[in-house]
Write a protein that binds this ligand. Structure first.
Ligand code: EPU
Length: 416
Protein backbone atom coordinates (compact mmCIF):
# COMPACT_ATOMS: atom_id res chain seq x y z
CA UNK A 1 0.00 0.00 0.00
CA UNK A 2 1.40 3.44 -0.93
CA UNK A 3 2.55 5.87 1.72
CA UNK A 4 3.47 9.53 1.51
CA UNK A 5 6.62 10.67 3.23
CA UNK A 6 7.17 14.35 4.03
CA UNK A 7 10.19 16.03 5.55
CA UNK A 8 8.66 19.21 6.93
CA UNK A 9 9.88 22.70 7.64
CA UNK A 10 10.24 24.10 4.10
CA UNK A 11 8.41 27.35 3.21
CA UNK A 12 6.47 26.64 0.02
CA UNK A 13 7.27 29.02 -2.80
CA UNK A 14 6.11 29.21 -6.44
CA UNK A 15 3.03 28.56 -8.56
CA UNK A 16 0.46 25.78 -8.40
CA UNK A 17 -2.44 25.05 -10.74
CA UNK A 18 -5.88 23.86 -9.63
CA UNK A 19 -7.67 20.90 -11.25
CA UNK A 20 -11.37 20.55 -12.05
CA UNK A 21 -13.75 20.04 -9.12
CA UNK A 22 -14.32 16.39 -8.15
CA UNK A 23 -17.72 17.11 -6.62
CA UNK A 24 -18.88 18.95 -9.75
CA UNK A 25 -17.44 16.39 -12.19
CA UNK A 26 -19.17 13.40 -10.53
CA UNK A 27 -22.78 14.61 -10.93
CA UNK A 28 -22.09 16.02 -14.40
CA UNK A 29 -20.77 12.58 -15.45
CA UNK A 30 -23.97 11.02 -14.05
CA UNK A 31 -26.01 13.59 -16.03
CA UNK A 32 -24.59 12.15 -19.25
CA UNK A 33 -27.05 9.26 -18.74
CA UNK A 34 -29.76 11.80 -19.66
CA UNK A 35 -28.27 12.88 -23.02
CA UNK A 36 -28.12 9.89 -25.38
CA UNK A 37 -25.05 10.26 -27.62
CA UNK A 38 -21.45 11.36 -27.19
CA UNK A 39 -20.95 13.44 -24.03
CA UNK A 40 -17.69 15.36 -23.67
CA UNK A 41 -16.75 16.80 -20.29
CA UNK A 42 -13.52 18.79 -19.99
CA UNK A 43 -11.36 19.92 -17.06
CA UNK A 44 -11.90 16.47 -15.55
CA UNK A 45 -9.42 15.77 -12.73
CA UNK A 46 -7.43 12.51 -12.76
CA UNK A 47 -8.75 10.98 -9.53
CA UNK A 48 -9.77 7.60 -8.20
CA UNK A 49 -13.39 8.73 -7.63
CA UNK A 50 -13.64 9.89 -11.25
CA UNK A 51 -12.46 6.53 -12.59
CA UNK A 52 -14.87 4.76 -10.21
CA UNK A 53 -17.76 6.81 -11.68
CA UNK A 54 -16.46 6.08 -15.22
CA UNK A 55 -16.38 2.35 -14.47
CA UNK A 56 -19.87 2.46 -13.00
CA UNK A 57 -21.22 4.20 -16.13
CA UNK A 58 -19.41 1.59 -18.26
CA UNK A 59 -21.06 -1.10 -16.14
CA UNK A 60 -24.43 0.45 -17.09
CA UNK A 61 -23.48 -0.14 -20.74
CA UNK A 62 -22.07 3.29 -21.61
CA UNK A 63 -18.74 3.88 -23.39
CA UNK A 64 -16.20 5.68 -21.18
CA UNK A 65 -12.69 6.89 -21.60
CA UNK A 66 -10.61 9.74 -20.24
CA UNK A 67 -7.87 11.49 -22.17
CA UNK A 68 -6.20 14.91 -22.06
CA UNK A 69 -8.37 16.10 -19.20
CA UNK A 70 -11.60 15.08 -20.95
CA UNK A 71 -14.10 12.36 -20.10
CA UNK A 72 -15.88 11.00 -23.17
CA UNK A 73 -19.07 9.14 -22.40
CA UNK A 74 -21.22 7.36 -25.02
CA UNK A 75 -24.73 7.01 -23.70
CA UNK A 76 -26.81 5.89 -26.71
CA UNK A 77 -27.38 2.54 -25.06
CA UNK A 78 -27.96 1.74 -21.43
CA UNK A 79 -28.00 -2.01 -20.89
CA UNK A 80 -28.18 -2.24 -17.09
CA UNK A 81 -30.14 -0.32 -14.49
CA UNK A 82 -28.10 -1.58 -11.54
CA UNK A 83 -25.37 0.14 -9.51
CA UNK A 84 -23.89 -2.79 -7.56
CA UNK A 85 -22.60 -2.72 -3.99
CA UNK A 86 -18.96 -2.95 -5.13
CA UNK A 87 -19.19 0.53 -6.67
CA UNK A 88 -21.29 2.14 -3.95
CA UNK A 89 -19.09 0.85 -1.13
CA UNK A 90 -16.03 2.27 -2.93
CA UNK A 91 -17.70 5.64 -3.52
CA UNK A 92 -20.97 6.89 -2.02
CA UNK A 93 -21.41 9.38 -4.88
CA UNK A 94 -22.36 6.33 -7.03
CA UNK A 95 -25.87 7.07 -5.74
CA UNK A 96 -25.90 9.99 -8.20
CA UNK A 97 -26.93 7.57 -10.98
CA UNK A 98 -30.25 6.87 -9.20
CA UNK A 99 -32.15 9.98 -10.39
CA UNK A 100 -30.99 9.99 -14.02
CA UNK A 101 -31.35 6.20 -14.48
CA UNK A 102 -34.89 6.23 -13.10
CA UNK A 103 -35.85 9.22 -15.24
CA UNK A 104 -34.46 7.76 -18.47
CA UNK A 105 -35.10 4.02 -18.00
CA UNK A 106 -38.16 4.05 -15.74
CA UNK A 107 -36.29 1.80 -13.31
CA UNK A 108 -33.10 1.85 -11.23
CA UNK A 109 -31.54 -0.48 -8.70
CA UNK A 110 -28.85 1.10 -6.59
CA UNK A 111 -27.09 -0.45 -3.62
CA UNK A 112 -27.93 1.43 -0.43
CA UNK A 113 -24.77 3.11 0.86
CA UNK A 114 -23.80 2.12 4.39
CA UNK A 115 -22.37 4.49 6.99
CA UNK A 116 -18.97 6.00 6.29
CA UNK A 117 -15.93 7.24 8.21
CA UNK A 118 -17.36 10.75 8.66
CA UNK A 119 -20.98 9.94 9.60
CA UNK A 120 -24.11 7.85 9.01
CA UNK A 121 -24.95 9.83 5.86
CA UNK A 122 -28.45 8.48 5.09
CA UNK A 123 -30.09 9.09 1.69
CA UNK A 124 -33.69 9.24 2.96
CA UNK A 125 -34.19 12.68 1.38
CA UNK A 126 -33.21 11.43 -2.12
CA UNK A 127 -35.79 8.65 -1.72
CA UNK A 128 -38.48 10.96 -0.30
CA UNK A 129 -38.08 13.30 -3.29
CA UNK A 130 -38.29 10.55 -5.90
CA UNK A 131 -41.38 9.11 -4.18
CA UNK A 132 -43.04 12.54 -4.36
CA UNK A 133 -42.34 12.46 -8.10
CA UNK A 134 -44.34 9.23 -8.36
CA UNK A 135 -41.60 6.59 -8.05
CA UNK A 136 -42.41 3.33 -6.33
CA UNK A 137 -39.47 2.50 -4.13
CA UNK A 138 -38.72 -0.71 -2.29
CA UNK A 139 -35.69 -1.58 -0.20
CA UNK A 140 -34.65 -5.18 -0.69
CA UNK A 141 -31.41 -7.12 -0.09
CA UNK A 142 -29.51 -3.90 0.56
CA UNK A 143 -30.72 -2.31 -2.69
CA UNK A 144 -33.01 0.62 -3.44
CA UNK A 145 -35.29 -0.52 -6.23
CA UNK A 146 -37.10 2.39 -7.86
CA UNK A 147 -39.71 2.16 -10.61
CA UNK A 148 -41.76 4.84 -12.35
CA UNK A 149 -43.65 5.02 -15.63
CA UNK A 150 -42.86 8.69 -16.20
CA UNK A 151 -41.75 10.81 -13.24
CA UNK A 152 -44.09 13.70 -12.44
CA UNK A 153 -43.14 17.18 -11.28
CA UNK A 154 -43.68 17.85 -7.55
CA UNK A 155 -42.87 20.33 -4.81
CA UNK A 156 -40.18 18.79 -2.62
CA UNK A 157 -39.03 20.26 0.69
CA UNK A 158 -35.69 19.09 2.12
CA UNK A 159 -35.52 19.08 5.96
CA UNK A 160 -31.75 19.48 5.57
CA UNK A 161 -30.10 20.94 2.48
CA UNK A 162 -28.43 17.95 0.81
CA UNK A 163 -25.89 18.39 -1.97
CA UNK A 164 -26.15 15.06 -3.80
CA UNK A 165 -29.88 14.88 -2.93
CA UNK A 166 -30.51 18.22 -4.66
CA UNK A 167 -28.41 17.01 -7.61
CA UNK A 168 -30.21 13.66 -7.94
CA UNK A 169 -33.62 15.34 -7.98
CA UNK A 170 -32.56 18.13 -10.31
CA UNK A 171 -31.41 15.50 -12.82
CA UNK A 172 -34.56 13.38 -12.43
CA UNK A 173 -36.82 16.43 -12.77
CA UNK A 174 -35.11 17.61 -15.97
CA UNK A 175 -36.98 15.04 -18.08
CA UNK A 176 -40.02 14.54 -15.80
CA UNK A 177 -43.54 15.63 -16.76
CA UNK A 178 -44.35 19.11 -15.44
CA UNK A 179 -42.67 21.43 -12.97
CA UNK A 180 -40.62 20.38 -9.93
CA UNK A 181 -39.80 22.84 -7.17
CA UNK A 182 -36.98 21.98 -4.74
CA UNK A 183 -37.30 23.92 -1.49
CA UNK A 184 -34.47 24.33 1.03
CA UNK A 185 -32.20 23.05 -1.73
CA UNK A 186 -28.44 23.03 -1.22
CA UNK A 187 -26.70 26.09 -2.73
CA UNK A 188 -23.15 24.75 -3.30
CA UNK A 189 -21.32 25.96 -6.45
CA UNK A 190 -21.21 22.34 -7.66
CA UNK A 191 -25.04 22.47 -7.88
CA UNK A 192 -24.85 25.56 -10.06
CA UNK A 193 -22.30 23.78 -12.23
CA UNK A 194 -24.58 20.75 -12.65
CA UNK A 195 -27.53 23.06 -13.44
CA UNK A 196 -25.44 24.87 -16.07
CA UNK A 197 -24.43 21.51 -17.57
CA UNK A 198 -28.08 20.37 -17.68
CA UNK A 199 -29.17 23.72 -19.17
CA UNK A 200 -26.52 23.26 -21.91
CA UNK A 201 -28.26 19.91 -22.66
CA UNK A 202 -31.62 21.70 -23.07
CA UNK A 203 -32.98 21.51 -19.50
CA UNK A 204 -35.10 24.36 -18.12
CA UNK A 205 -33.81 25.18 -14.62
CA UNK A 206 -34.11 28.38 -12.59
CA UNK A 207 -32.72 29.32 -9.21
CA UNK A 208 -29.82 26.84 -8.88
CA UNK A 209 -27.50 28.18 -6.19
CA UNK A 210 -30.47 29.49 -4.16
CA UNK A 211 -32.70 27.63 -1.71
CA UNK A 212 -35.48 27.31 -4.30
CA UNK A 213 -34.79 25.57 -7.59
CA UNK A 214 -37.50 25.27 -10.29
CA UNK A 215 -37.18 22.67 -13.00
CA UNK A 216 -39.60 22.47 -15.93
CA UNK A 217 -39.34 19.00 -17.39
CA UNK A 218 -38.58 18.66 -21.12
CA UNK A 219 -39.01 15.59 -23.37
CA UNK A 220 -35.38 15.02 -24.30
CA UNK A 221 -31.91 16.30 -23.50
CA UNK A 222 -28.94 16.54 -25.90
CA UNK A 223 -25.50 15.16 -25.06
CA UNK A 224 -23.11 17.29 -23.06
CA UNK A 225 -20.15 19.37 -24.10
CA UNK A 226 -19.19 21.04 -20.86
CA UNK A 227 -16.21 22.34 -18.85
CA UNK A 228 -16.10 21.69 -15.09
CA UNK A 229 -15.39 24.51 -12.61
CA UNK A 230 -12.09 24.58 -10.65
CA UNK A 231 -11.96 22.68 -7.35
CA UNK A 232 -12.59 25.09 -4.46
CA UNK A 233 -11.54 22.52 -1.85
CA UNK A 234 -8.22 21.78 -3.58
CA UNK A 235 -7.74 25.57 -3.76
CA UNK A 236 -8.39 25.93 -0.01
CA UNK A 237 -6.08 23.00 0.78
CA UNK A 238 -3.13 24.57 -1.07
CA UNK A 239 -3.86 28.00 0.44
CA UNK A 240 -3.62 26.37 3.87
CA UNK A 241 -0.39 24.54 2.99
CA UNK A 242 1.17 27.86 1.90
CA UNK A 243 -0.05 29.64 5.05
CA UNK A 244 1.20 27.04 7.55
CA UNK A 245 4.69 26.96 6.03
CA UNK A 246 5.01 30.77 5.97
CA UNK A 247 5.23 30.38 2.20
CA UNK A 248 4.65 32.63 -0.78
CA UNK A 249 2.53 30.91 -3.40
CA UNK A 250 0.47 31.84 -6.43
CA UNK A 251 -2.52 29.59 -7.04
CA UNK A 252 -3.68 29.62 -10.67
CA UNK A 253 -6.66 28.29 -12.68
CA UNK A 254 -8.91 28.72 -9.65
CA UNK A 255 -12.08 30.70 -8.92
CA UNK A 256 -11.62 32.77 -5.73
CA UNK A 257 -15.32 33.74 -5.74
CA UNK A 258 -16.19 30.12 -4.84
CA UNK A 259 -14.02 30.11 -1.71
CA UNK A 260 -14.92 33.44 -0.07
CA UNK A 261 -15.83 32.13 3.41
CA UNK A 262 -12.54 30.28 3.58
CA UNK A 263 -10.42 33.09 2.11
CA UNK A 264 -11.89 35.60 4.59
CA UNK A 265 -11.22 33.29 7.53
CA UNK A 266 -7.68 32.59 6.40
CA UNK A 267 -7.10 36.35 6.12
CA UNK A 268 -8.05 36.71 9.79
CA UNK A 269 -5.25 34.32 10.80
CA UNK A 270 -2.69 36.88 9.62
CA UNK A 271 -2.20 35.28 6.19
CA UNK A 272 -1.97 37.88 3.42
CA UNK A 273 -4.19 37.06 0.46
CA UNK A 274 -4.80 38.97 -2.76
CA UNK A 275 -6.67 37.71 -5.75
CA UNK A 276 -7.67 38.36 -9.35
CA UNK A 277 -10.50 36.65 -11.22
CA UNK A 278 -8.70 33.30 -11.59
CA UNK A 279 -5.66 33.41 -9.33
CA UNK A 280 -4.82 33.91 -5.68
CA UNK A 281 -1.53 35.04 -4.12
CA UNK A 282 -0.96 33.91 -0.57
CA UNK A 283 1.79 34.81 1.90
CA UNK A 284 1.94 33.02 5.23
CA UNK A 285 2.70 35.10 8.36
CA UNK A 286 5.63 34.68 10.78
CA UNK A 287 3.07 33.64 13.41
CA UNK A 288 -0.49 32.48 12.67
CA UNK A 289 -3.31 33.77 14.90
CA UNK A 290 -6.03 31.45 16.24
CA UNK A 291 -9.53 31.83 14.76
CA UNK A 292 -12.79 29.97 15.45
CA UNK A 293 -14.81 28.29 12.73
CA UNK A 294 -18.22 26.65 12.43
CA UNK A 295 -18.93 24.51 9.39
CA UNK A 296 -22.16 25.37 7.56
CA UNK A 297 -23.82 24.65 4.24
CA UNK A 298 -22.60 26.97 1.43
CA UNK A 299 -21.92 29.92 1.57
CA UNK A 300 -20.75 29.12 5.13
CA UNK A 301 -17.40 27.63 6.02
CA UNK A 302 -17.19 24.26 4.17
CA UNK A 303 -17.03 21.01 6.15
CA UNK A 304 -14.62 19.78 3.47
CA UNK A 305 -12.07 22.39 4.72
CA UNK A 306 -12.53 21.75 8.47
CA UNK A 307 -9.73 19.19 8.87
CA UNK A 308 -7.22 21.29 6.91
CA UNK A 309 -8.09 24.44 8.93
CA UNK A 310 -7.67 22.46 12.14
CA UNK A 311 -4.14 21.45 11.04
CA UNK A 312 -3.41 25.16 10.54
CA UNK A 313 -4.74 26.06 13.99
CA UNK A 314 -2.49 23.50 15.73
CA UNK A 315 0.42 25.95 15.39
CA UNK A 316 -1.50 29.25 15.71
CA UNK A 317 -1.04 31.61 18.65
CA UNK A 318 -4.03 31.20 21.01
CA UNK A 319 -6.99 28.83 21.16
CA UNK A 320 -9.33 28.00 18.34
CA UNK A 321 -12.84 26.49 18.63
CA UNK A 322 -13.75 24.33 15.67
CA UNK A 323 -17.39 23.27 15.43
CA UNK A 324 -18.49 20.63 12.92
CA UNK A 325 -22.18 21.04 12.12
CA UNK A 326 -22.59 18.87 9.01
CA UNK A 327 -21.21 15.42 9.82
CA UNK A 328 -21.32 13.82 13.27
CA UNK A 329 -17.99 11.98 13.10
CA UNK A 330 -15.69 14.26 11.16
CA UNK A 331 -12.90 14.51 13.75
CA UNK A 332 -10.97 11.34 12.88
CA UNK A 333 -7.88 13.46 12.09
CA UNK A 334 -7.72 14.72 15.69
CA UNK A 335 -6.06 11.57 17.05
CA UNK A 336 -3.52 11.63 14.21
CA UNK A 337 -2.71 15.35 14.66
CA UNK A 338 -2.22 14.66 18.37
CA UNK A 339 0.40 12.05 17.46
CA UNK A 340 2.32 14.95 15.88
CA UNK A 341 2.17 16.99 19.10
CA UNK A 342 -1.06 18.94 18.57
CA UNK A 343 -3.06 19.95 21.66
CA UNK A 344 -6.71 19.23 20.76
CA UNK A 345 -9.66 18.31 22.95
CA UNK A 346 -13.00 17.23 21.52
CA UNK A 347 -16.33 17.61 23.26
CA UNK A 348 -19.43 16.82 21.23
CA UNK A 349 -19.24 18.62 17.92
CA UNK A 350 -16.56 21.11 19.03
CA UNK A 351 -12.79 20.69 19.06
CA UNK A 352 -10.69 23.05 21.15
CA UNK A 353 -7.29 23.52 19.57
CA UNK A 354 -4.58 25.17 21.67
CA UNK A 355 -1.77 26.28 19.41
CA UNK A 356 1.65 24.75 20.10
CA UNK A 357 5.08 26.15 19.08
CA UNK A 358 5.66 23.43 16.51
CA UNK A 359 4.55 19.98 15.37
CA UNK A 360 6.84 16.99 15.19
CA UNK A 361 6.79 14.45 12.33
CA UNK A 362 5.32 11.02 13.10
CA UNK A 363 3.85 7.99 11.34
CA UNK A 364 0.12 8.72 10.89
CA UNK A 365 -2.87 7.16 9.20
CA UNK A 366 -5.22 8.71 6.63
CA UNK A 367 -8.82 7.96 7.65
CA UNK A 368 -10.80 9.81 4.98
CA UNK A 369 -10.14 12.14 2.09
CA UNK A 370 -10.03 15.55 3.81
CA UNK A 371 -8.49 14.13 7.00
CA UNK A 372 -5.57 12.95 4.87
CA UNK A 373 -5.16 16.42 3.38
CA UNK A 374 -4.91 17.82 6.91
CA UNK A 375 -2.08 15.36 7.67
CA UNK A 376 -0.19 16.47 4.55
CA UNK A 377 -0.55 20.09 5.71
CA UNK A 378 0.63 19.24 9.23
CA UNK A 379 3.52 17.19 7.83
CA UNK A 380 4.69 20.11 5.68
CA UNK A 381 4.96 22.29 8.80
CA UNK A 382 6.32 19.68 11.24
CA UNK A 383 9.96 19.19 12.06
CA UNK A 384 11.32 15.85 10.91
CA UNK A 385 9.61 13.14 8.89
CA UNK A 386 5.89 12.37 8.68
CA UNK A 387 4.79 9.15 6.99
CA UNK A 388 1.13 8.99 5.99
CA UNK A 389 -0.34 5.52 5.54
CA UNK A 390 -3.46 4.61 3.51
CA UNK A 391 -2.95 7.40 0.99
CA UNK A 392 -5.56 5.87 -1.32
CA UNK A 393 -7.90 8.23 0.54
CA UNK A 394 -5.94 11.23 -0.79
CA UNK A 395 -5.93 9.86 -4.34
CA UNK A 396 -9.75 9.86 -4.31
CA UNK A 397 -9.81 13.65 -4.34
CA UNK A 398 -6.37 15.20 -4.98
CA UNK A 399 -4.70 14.83 -8.35
CA UNK A 400 -1.01 13.95 -7.85
CA UNK A 401 -0.74 15.89 -4.61
CA UNK A 402 2.95 15.15 -4.19
CA UNK A 403 3.77 16.11 -7.81
CA UNK A 404 1.93 19.43 -7.36
CA UNK A 405 3.71 20.24 -4.08
CA UNK A 406 7.26 19.27 -5.14
CA UNK A 407 7.82 22.25 -7.48
CA UNK A 408 6.99 24.54 -4.52
CA UNK A 409 9.99 23.09 -2.68
CA UNK A 410 8.13 20.53 -0.54
CA UNK A 411 10.19 17.49 0.41
CA UNK A 412 7.44 15.00 -0.29
CA UNK A 413 7.54 11.61 -1.99
CA UNK A 414 5.35 8.59 -2.50
CA UNK A 415 6.71 5.35 -1.18
CA UNK A 416 5.26 2.33 -2.97
N1 EPU B 1 -28.51 13.98 5.00
C1 EPU B 1 -29.61 13.33 5.48
N2 EPU B 1 -30.42 12.68 4.59
C2 EPU B 1 -30.16 12.65 3.25
C3 EPU B 1 -29.03 13.33 2.76
C4 EPU B 1 -28.23 13.99 3.66
O1 EPU B 1 -29.87 13.33 6.68
O2 EPU B 1 -30.94 12.03 2.50
C5 EPU B 1 -27.62 14.72 5.93
C6 EPU B 1 -26.20 14.13 5.98
O3 EPU B 1 -26.09 13.04 6.85
C7 EPU B 1 -25.40 15.34 6.42
C8 EPU B 1 -26.13 16.51 5.74
O4 EPU B 1 -27.42 16.02 5.42
O5 EPU B 1 -25.48 15.49 7.80
C9 EPU B 1 -25.48 17.04 4.47
O6 EPU B 1 -25.13 15.95 3.64
P1 EPU B 1 -25.14 16.04 2.05
O7 EPU B 1 -26.20 15.15 1.50
O8 EPU B 1 -25.16 17.47 1.62
O9 EPU B 1 -23.72 15.41 1.69
P2 EPU B 1 -23.40 14.59 0.39
O10 EPU B 1 -24.21 15.08 -0.74
O11 EPU B 1 -23.42 13.13 0.71
C10 EPU B 1 -21.52 16.17 -0.53
C11 EPU B 1 -20.08 16.04 -0.90
C12 EPU B 1 -19.23 15.86 0.34
C13 EPU B 1 -19.44 17.09 1.24
C14 EPU B 1 -20.94 17.26 1.54
C15 EPU B 1 -21.25 18.52 2.35
C16 EPU B 1 -20.18 15.05 -3.11
C17 EPU B 1 -19.96 13.87 -4.01
N3 EPU B 1 -19.92 14.90 -1.82
O12 EPU B 1 -21.87 14.97 0.16
O13 EPU B 1 -17.88 15.80 -0.05
O14 EPU B 1 -18.73 16.95 2.42
O15 EPU B 1 -21.69 17.31 0.31
O16 EPU B 1 -20.84 19.64 1.67
O17 EPU B 1 -20.57 16.10 -3.59
C18 EPU B 1 -15.61 15.19 0.07
O18 EPU B 1 -15.45 15.64 -1.08
O19 EPU B 1 -14.64 14.86 0.81
C19 EPU B 1 -16.95 15.03 0.60
C20 EPU B 1 -17.24 14.26 1.65
Amino acid sequence: MDKIEIVGGVSLCGEISISGAKNAALPVMAASILGPGENIISNIPRLRDISTMGKLLAHLGMGYHQENGEAILQSEHISSIEAPYDFVKTMRASVLVLGPLLARMGEAKVSLPGGCAIGARPINLHIMGLKKMGAEITLCDGYIHAKAGKLKGATIYFDIPTVTGTENLMMAASIAEGVTVLENAACEPEIIDLANALISMGAEIQGAGTGIVKIKGVNNLRPLNYRIIPDRIETGTFLTAAAITGGNVEITNCDPSLAEAFINKLGETGTVITHGPDKISVKGPEQLKAEDIKTMPYPGFPTDMQAQFMALMTVAEGTSLITENIFENRFMHVAELRRMGADIRVEGSTATVKGVKSLKGAPVMATDLRASASLVIAGLAASGTTTIDRVYHIDRGYQNIEEKLKPLGAKIRRVT
